[in-house]
Design a protein around this ligand. Structure first.
Ligand code: ZN
Length: 407
């Protein structure tokens, strides 16, 4: 099994599966260890691995490795990339570079709001921060029922099980439990007396949405189906809101936050005294925050708490503007027709700008309307720059050349 010849036999990746999980199953099919498979059978890409820890492959594999795996298995390169955290930039997180901390936090977590009104964000100084990725080794968690079902064969591990993004298994509704494992393969539970525990149905519902998003690129919400990037930002924003010190918000919003925590039988912020971003909390506190976020989603959807935030309409079954923020690398999703949204929104330029911050079609229409009588490149660039200053991402606003090319 050397060179770039196609491997004759290999299991296909499953939806949402982590790269390491699939490599274990491929190695199993050849009677090898995953280490033998990737260190000796990927041609030059095997050398690129060097002494890199194999369990880091789910974060960011060496560049040549995905290409080598694609050549040997025929699995599309984009699909392989989506089995790693790096393949989810910019949808799961804006960048893998933690030194963009403060700016990344403001963009990812504070730009929008759910329970709290827009503009309530407290300025945070976070020199080192990445969305969803704690500064510690990746988690190893598995569903007890999935391990039982595998019956001694290699179980399939979701990429989501390696980061604090979900609590439970979407298939069985059981909490994922910490395990000992080699490159993700199950060896034993960390707690030898572990008893399988069902998750709160509100948590199961939230985890299912996250898994649906990671598997298909789209999440079905009561308002409409949204791009997975919009769901993950909604979730992370909500995690920040339930972790907001209640003394810093107005009394009406404070009581909403208190109600969220009451419904899960915990004190606000799970008793945390000092504020730290979600990623820096320990896993028990992170689980409490995820539980509170799931309860908040349920309270909003059932109308028991009002939600004042920019993303709240997504959780209500009603007509509202499309939220669309581009295509993930491996799924193309057709944006909702923007014409009717556009016509309705024309009554308020501020609404249009708000929508354009997340909707590529609206951003393009806004720019082309404002520049349709613009004689030259300089004036076009100035108007485009002004729109960027209102918070519309520059990549949603074509330059004059790009606009001319796309007709
Ligand atoms: Zn399971």
């Amino acid at each position: 099994m050397t060179g770039a010849a196609r491997w004759p036999l290999h299991p296909q990746p499953e939806a949402g599966e982590a790269l390491s999980s699939w490599l274990i199953r491929v190695a199993d099919a050849y009677g090898m260890t995953p280490g033998q498979l990737v260190r000796h059978n990927l041609g030059p890409a095997s050398f690129e691995l060097g002494d890199q820890n194999l369990s880091d492959l789910d974060m960011e594999p060496p560049p040549g490795m995905l290409e080598a795996l694609h050549e040997r298995t025929g699995v599309p390169r984009d699909q392989l990339a989506s089995m790693t955290i790096a393949g989810w930039v910019p949808w799961l997180l804006d960048t893998l570079d933690p030194t963009q901390g403060t700016a990344a936090f403001e963009t990812y977590v504070q730009q929008d709001s759910v329970i709290l009104p827009p503009g309530r964000a407290i300025k945070r100084d976070l020199p080192i921060w990445r969305a969803w990725l704690p500064d510690r080794p990746m988690m190893r968690r598995a569903c007890p029922r999935c391990i039982d079902d595998a019956d001694g064969e290699s179980a399939v591990f979701a990429l989501a099980s390696r980061i604090p993004l979900t609590i439970g298994c979407p298939k069985h509704g059981y909490r994922l439990e910490a395990m000992f494992g080699s490159l993700g393969a199950f060896i034993a539970w960390e707690d030898k007396d572990m008893v399988p525990t069902p998750t709160d149905p509100r948590v199961t519902a939230m985890d299912r949405r996250t898994h649906e998003g990671l598997a298909t690129g789209t999440v079905s919400l009561p308002g409409r189906a949204v791009h997975v990037g919009a769901w993950l930002r909604l979730l992370r924003t909500l995690l920040d809101e339930v972790n907001t010190p209640t003394s810093t918000v107005r009394p009406s919003y404070r009581s909403n936050l208190q109600l969220v925590w009451q419904t899960i039988g915990r004190s606000p912020r799970a008793g945390q005294i000092r504020w730290r971003p979600y990623e820096c909390l320990d896993w028990p506190a992170q689980q409490a925050m995820l539980h509170a976020a799931a309860a908040a989603v349920d309270l909003i959807e059932t109308g028991r708490i009002p939600a004042a935030g920019t993303l709240a309409p997504l959780l209500h079954a009603q007509q509202h503007p499309a939220v669309y923020d581009g295509d993930p690398p491996h799924h193309r999703i057709d944006p909702a027709p923007a014409t009717t949204v556009w016509q309705a929104a024309m009554t308020s330029i501020r609404d249009v700008i708000g929508i354009a911050r997340q909707d590529a079609g609206t951003a393009r229409q806004l720019l082309s309307l404002l520049t349709c009588y613009t004689p030259n490149e300089l004036a076009y660039s100035r108007i485009r720059g002004e729109l960027i200053e209102t918070g519309i991402p520059s990549e949603l606003l074509p330059t004059r050349d790009q606009a001319a090319r796309s007709g």
